[in-house]
Design a protein around this ligand. Structure first.
Ligand code: CP
Ligand code: NVA
Length: 299
């Protein structure tokens, strides 16, 4: 039985999953491969894309998704995560979870007897970055590219570092001091990349953006960090992906954002709503990439 808790869990499967995602997108996989399968979807935090794309994707594959708000489960009243895992495993064929703490998802997986899918934690967002790679391949054709991530070295950034290392893509991350990506993740990625691709962490957004094929950003205030809003807005101000910064990237560079976005903070309307932005294709690809993930794990 397999889980998808980290990008590392699909290390040898990324190319297969990308091809599968393209097949789903192009309608090449027929039938209802997940007929009579059920997936519990536990959410401790808000979601638009992850929730809807998983629900629709599971239904399109013939299965049944169950949206479960953590507050409505006994989990929200203190039932241990391990007991929740054991119980849900008796009813469903997979559990997708969006949680505050990555270690809770590890605990869930340890006690589940069905596959567990990470739908975002404080450490990683693997499903997002599979869809991102599908989008990059669509627009750029290959991964012999420079990806610049500008902003918070949080969940999305951590998963991007890992998946870039797996695919041999150069990644430059520019974050303010104190908001750099996770050190363990960088170490793991360096081990995966084995010097074949660049992983560069800097505090200089221009160094990262210069000559980039892809410029990617994320919100400055992630879910759960709302009480740090004031200091974050100040620290991240020089890291806005605006026209000026985009002008340092290649002329045909694409702009990416996992969404939701705050125009006027991490990016500006002329960039995210401009001709180089691919954010809506990126959002659409969540559906296709996650169908590939569910097909791989649950079938
Ligand atoms: N990108 C992403 O995961 O979006 P949601 O928070 O809307 O699911
Ligand atoms: N880093 C953001 C991603 C949202 C999809 C957050 O954790 O809120």
């Amino acid at each position: 039985m397999k889980h998808l808790l980290s990008v590392c869990d699909m290390k040898d499967k990324v190319e297969y999953l990308l091809d599968l995602a393209d097949k789903f997108k192009n309608g090449l996989i027929k039938g209802k491969p997940l007929k009579d399968k059920y997936m519990a979807m536990v959410f401790e935090k808000a979601s638009t894309r992850t929730r809807v794309s998983f629900e629709v994707g599971m239904s399109q594959l013939g299965g049944t998704p169950l949206y479960l708000s953590a507050q409505d489960l006994q989990l929200g009243r203190g039932e241990p995560i391990a007991d929740t895992a054991r119980t849900l495993s008796r009813y469903v064929d997979a559990i997708m979870i969006r949680a505050f703490r990555h270690k809770d998802v590890i605990e869930l997986a340890k006690n589940a007897s069905v596959p567990v899918i990470n739908g975002l934690t404080d450490l990683e967002h693997p499903c997002q970055t599979l869809a991102d790679m599908q989008t990059i391949r669509e627009y750029k054709g290959d991964f012999n590219r420079k990806l610049a991530f500008i902003g918070d070295g949080n969940n999305v950034c951590n998963s991007l570092i890992l998946i870039s290392a797996i695919l041999g893509m150069d990644i430059y991350v520019a974050s303010p001091k104190g908001y750099e990506p996770d050190k363990m993740i960088i170490k793991k990625a360096e081990k995966i990349a084995r010097g074949q691709s660049m992983i560069k962490i800097t505090n200089d957004p221009y160094e990262a953006a210069t000559g980039a094929d892809i410029v990617y950003t994320d919100v400055w205030v992630s879910m759960g960090h709302e009480n740090e809003t004031k200091e974050r807005l100040k620290a991240f101000r020089p890291y806005q992906v605006n026209k000026d910064l985009m002008n340092h990237a290649k002329a045909d560079a694409i702009f990416m954002h996992c969404l939701p976005a705050k125009r006027g903070q991490e990016t500006t309307s002329d960039v995210i709503d401009g001709p180089n932005s691919v954010v809506w294709d990126q959002a659409e690809n969540r559906l296709h990439a996650q169908k590939a993930i569910m097909y791989w794990l649950i079938r």
